[in-house]
Design a protein around this ligand. Structure first.
Ligand SMILES: N[C@@H](CCC(=O)N[C@@H](CS)C(=O)NCC(=O)O)C(=O)O
Length: 249
């Protein structure tokens, strides 16, 4: 089956979690919004607006698989996981990796909030004081709690991956989290990494996958786009876990 991935074309964002899984499995897919003209972003907007579709997605990323249109990153990965050989087939294992992915979903929101704690509609500069406070507590409490949790998960599994020796989509997402944090907070992350060696080690192994060599992996932007745009504009979206559009000074 040829999958259709829909995500903002110029950033890695949450779309990258899906892209990583598709690339790792060598799946046949098209990155729809990266196409030029009407077949690109307008085609994505058409589905979001619910034109000609009974179950419209709220926001990208979403995946079209035959007649199915599936949104929500963790939900998409739940669907793809067993099909791409990146999740266990049995129920308990499938729910376990889904549970871990939902935890990553929570972490992504916190990472986003280090720069847009009040709202994504305001410039980073307009909420800098709140962002600084959010960043302080993120690094002091929240990130350590999340990554130490994954450290324990990896200890229990025996590593290098959350399922032990079998790679899953969760490991690919952890790779993306580590890479995004390195990009957005290079100094802090450098100091922090030694505290979560299993997470960093597993991420490094998961990262040695096809997408690293693939021209389809979008690069991190060189500068920090801080323009405010409409809600549907890619320029608004700041998800450093995956996009890393703003860096620490
Ligand atoms: N919980 C959703 C979040 C989806 C989401 O926030 N997508 C962003 C791009 S990364 C978006 O375009 N949001 C539009 C909006 O919130 O209005 C997921 O994990 O997929």
């Amino acid at each position: 089956m040829r999958y259709e991935l829909y995500y903002w074309p110029t950033i890695q964002g949450r779309g990258e979690f899906i892209r990583l899984a598709l690339e790792e499995a060598g799946a046949d897919y098209v990155d729809v919004a990266r196409r030029r003209g009407k077949r690109g972003v307008p085609a994505m907007m058409k589905l979001i607006e619910g034109r000609g579709i009974a179950r419209p997605p709220f926001a990208p990323p979403f995946l079209k698989a035959g007649k199915l249109v599936i949104a929500q990153t963790a939900n998409i990965l739940l669907y793809l996981g067993t099909r791409l050989g990146l999740a266990p087939r049995e129920e308990a294992g499938r729910l376990w990796v889904h549970q871990l992915q939902l935890t990553i979903t929570d972490l992504v929101v916190l990472i986003h909030d280090t720069h847009h704690p009040i709202t994504g509609y305001l410039y980073y500069e307009e909420q800098r004081a709140a962002a600084k406070l959010a960043t302080k507590y993120f690094w002091r409490h929240r990130l350590p709690k999340f990554l130490r949790y994954f450290e324990r998960v990896l200890q229990k599994s025996g590593g290098p991956y959350v399922l032990g020796r079998k790679l899953s989509y969760v490991d690919l997402s952890l790779f993306q989290i580590v890479e995004g944090l390195r990009y957005a907070f290079p100094k802090r992350m450098k100091r922090f990494e030694r505290k979560v060696p299993r997470v960093v080690g597993g991420a490094a192994m998961a990262g040695v996958c096809s997408i690293r060599r693939s021209p389809r992996r979008s690069s991190q932007p060189r500068s920090s786009p801080r323009k405010r745009g409409p809600i549907t504009s890619a320029s608004r979206i700041w998800v450093p876990a995956c996009a890393g559009t703003t860096r620490e000074g």
